[in-house]
Design a protein around this ligand. Sequence first.
Ligand SMILES: Cc1cc2nc3c(=O)[nH]c(=O)nc-3n(C[C@H](O)[C@H](O)[C@H](O)COP(=O)(O)OP(=O)(O)OC[C@H]3O[C@@H](n4cnc5c(N)ncnc54)[C@H](O)[C@@H]3O)c2cc1C
Length: 430
Amino acid sequence: MKPDSYWPDSYWIDTAPAFDGGVRGPVPARADAVVIGGGYTGLAAARALALAGARVVVLEAGRAVQAASGRNGGQCNNGLAQDFGSMAGAYGLDRARAFYRDFDAAVTSVETLVRDEGIDCDFRRGGKLKLAVKPAHVAKLETSAELLRREVDADVVFLDAAETRREVASEAFHGALLFRRSASMHVGRFGVGLANAATRRGAQVFEHAFVSRLEHRGGSRFRVTSTRGVVEADRVLIATGASEKGPFGWFRRRIVPIGSFIIATEPLPGDLRQRLLPGARTCTTTRLIGNFFRATPDERLIFGGRARFALPGPRDDVKSGVVLRRAMAGMFPELAQTPIAYCWGGVVDMSADRLPHAGQHGGLFFATGFSGHGTQMSVHLGAAMADVMLGTRSDVVWDQGTWPAIRGHYGKPWFLPAVGAWYRIKDALS
Ligand SMILES: Cc1cc2nc3c(=O)[nH]c(=O)nc-3n(C[C@H](O)[C@H](O)[C@H](O)COP(=O)(O)OP(=O)(O)OC[C@H]3O[C@@H](n4cnc5c(N)ncnc54)[C@H](O)[C@@H]3O)c2cc1C
């Protein structure tokens, strides 16, 4: 199966207006706060800092919201990526509840921001389905639904095979969990709306401002050198996602950059989308190397996954596109001949525990490690870290005190093929 002649970049970026609020000219010599990274984390922090009256400079190596924030699956889900019972076992019930509730709060943060800033991005609380790809996964989902409903989320419902088929017209699924609080949005239009909101509130966004050097001046003060000039600030936030370049070695030992890939079909003909996904909910599957998909308001199917354990690049995107198209046709045979309009990849900032991490290290503030679940959390945590930087909040639930480095990891994820093989074995045996 070959991909068609498709646009080799993100559907969201291609169908969103361009952000043109970037500052021309050199960066100012002084700022109250410098935010490094112009994705959702950095821009949400910059907006909150500016709203509080701080002079904020955002330094973005490329264009704003064109890394993970402009290239994701568009799922703004509540719930944890991990099984709630396992999280309660590892961290204790109270902490697992706090993690879960912060994802609820994160979806609300996005909803509130969209409303307050009047961002036109089709934000919709349509709910998420977690789909069982094997009969053996159904009992686990049923147990999980009971636990979640009892402990933390009364809006979770277990669906049996027949009910699941009414939600997703596919023979591939044997049951599902419905998380009613989850949402979806056009993440490209959201990102540009967020960047515009940050600048409207007074943040200065400098694009093509690659940060190459950080000099500690004591406390939380830093001198930051970028390709657009040098700025000294009282506080600096690292919001660089899975950054592979720049003076962030400490973070690079804790974050593994992992490729994730997506295809988008042409708009589906007639009532096909309505028949396949009548509720237009966001969908994920129960595999470790699973898939995620959703419909768009213009009736496309966006279908993604960790198709190959590779980093994005033209060749890897194409190869991943072929794998994804095969997987999509396996779930929806009617789509086997549907033309693919877009195919792209992005880099996920994976932490070892697959949880976000935030706090302060060596005077620097940071929020990173969203592990593929950051569309909502990066916005929420960016704003929360702004409050920490302003001193109006003492900590966040994702500040776990210590954050150990990943043994043997110095930035290049040499171990990814082995991890991929291990996950495939676990998926085969589960
Ligand atoms: C393919 C894919 C699918 C995903 N799907 C979903 C999903 O459906 N739901 C969900 O919740 N999450 C999803 N995610 C994750 C989500 O997109 C991210 O968690 C979120 O966008 C992170 O935002 P961020 O601002 O922290 O990072 P980014 O958007 O990556 O922004 C970081 C920015 O820092 C800049 N930067 C890096 N180094 C430097 C430097 N030295 N100097 C200056 N700037 C620098 C980069 O250029 C970049 O713009 C997905 C991610 C990918 C890649």
